[in-house]
Structure formats: C-alpha cells, structure tokens
Design a protein around this ligand. Structure first.
Ligand SMILES: C[S@@+](CC[C@H](N)C(=O)[O-])C[C@H]1O[C@@H](n2cnc3c(N)ncnc32)[C@H](O)[C@@H]1O
Length: 160
C-alpha cells in the first residue's frame, strides 16, 4: 500500500523542488501500482479538481485540526484536510474497534517542513488502510520521514 503526501495543488512554491506535481499522473500511478490500497492527502480547495480524477470507489476522510495556523483575513480558517483513500484491508475482526473516517490531531510545529504530519495522523492512517506489520507500505513523498518512522515503530511494537 502507499501514502502520497505531495505538495498540495498550487503550493509547490513552499518546497525546494518548486515544481507542481502532476496529480492526474500521480493518481493513475496509485491506482495502477497499489491495488491493495492507497491514500492521498490534499487540501479542500483541490477536492473539486482531484475527485473526478479518481475511481468511483474512493472515499474521503478528514484530518481535523483543533490547533491550526490561523492566517490573517482567512476567516473561517481552513482547519481540516481531506485524505482521499481507496481499498485497504477490508476484512477486520469483529473484536477490532471501528475505525473512524476522521482523525483529530493538532498540526506539528518546528519539524522544519510545511505539511509534516503529526504522529497521531500517521497512526490513524495505518488504521484507515488496515496496514499490518509485515505489509509493504510506501511513503511516496517522505518529507521528514515521519510516516515511515511511525510505520517501523508499528512493526516493532507488534513484533514484540
Ligand atoms: C507535504 S510534504 C510531505 C510531508 C511528509 N508527509 C511529512 O509528514 O513529513 C511534500 C514533500 O514532497 C517534496 N516535493 C515537492 N515537490 C516535489 C516534486 N515535484 N516531486 C517530488 N517531491 C516533491 C517536498 O520537498 C516535501 O518533502
């Protein structure tokens, strides 16, 4: 399975590459190369553009941010982010808790990268996709590397 956290549409200038990611190409790659499941982070203004590029069976989950950066003159604030996801491990034991299609987690500060995801977001992402230790989980836009680090931690914890 894979997670894609590219620069959001129109936000390439926030990163050293300064190059927009072709989201149509990215979504085609996710569909073709990761039939078991994938998730794509984006921002609400791009949902209208991105959803028509996705297969009909995607769902939209939400990362809501009780603490977010409030910008002057942006009111109401943009305080949640969509996660478009497809597939994942469907079969869950009856004893397992029901995973919500949203998570509430504060934004991270001082990680040195715009858009770095908090630990709680990563844990929820794994639950959403039903990722288990031993699965191959590819983080296509690693940034700080937190998603892979959290996945390694999940692997180690369950190995214990
Ligand atoms: C939203 S950040 C990823 C944050 C990461 N998930 C984390 O939690 O730390 C997007 C990453 O993609 C990189 N990036 C920007 N433009 C890119 C491009 N055109 N191709 C590949 N990577 C790009 C950025 O440098 C940045 O590391």
């Amino acid at each position: 399975m894979a997670y894609a956290d590219p620069p959001y549409v129109g936000c390439a200038n926030l990163y050293p590459e300064k190059r927009e990611v072709d989201h149509a190409e990215l979504i085609t790659r996710l569909v073709d190369e990761f039939p078991d499941g994938w998730a794509l982070s984006c921002h609400t203004p791009s949902l209208r553009e991105l959803l028509p590029m996705c297969p009909d069976d995607v769902r939209v989950a939400a990362w809501v941010k009780p603490f977010a950066v409030f910008k002057p003159n942006v009111n109401p604030a943009y305080a949640w982010e969509p996660v478009i996801w497809r597939g994942g491990r469907r079969k869950r034991e009856r004893t397992e808790g029901t995973v919500r299609d949203w998570v509430s987690a504060n934004v991270t500060l001082r990680r040195g990268l715009v858009g770095a995801k908090p630990d709680g977001f990563c844990r929820w992402l794994f639950d959403l996709l039903g990722v288990q230790p031993g699965d191959e989980f590819i983080d296509l836009f690693p940034g700080t590397g937190v998603v892979s680090q959290m996945f390694d931690r999940l692997d180690q914890r369950l190995a214990l």
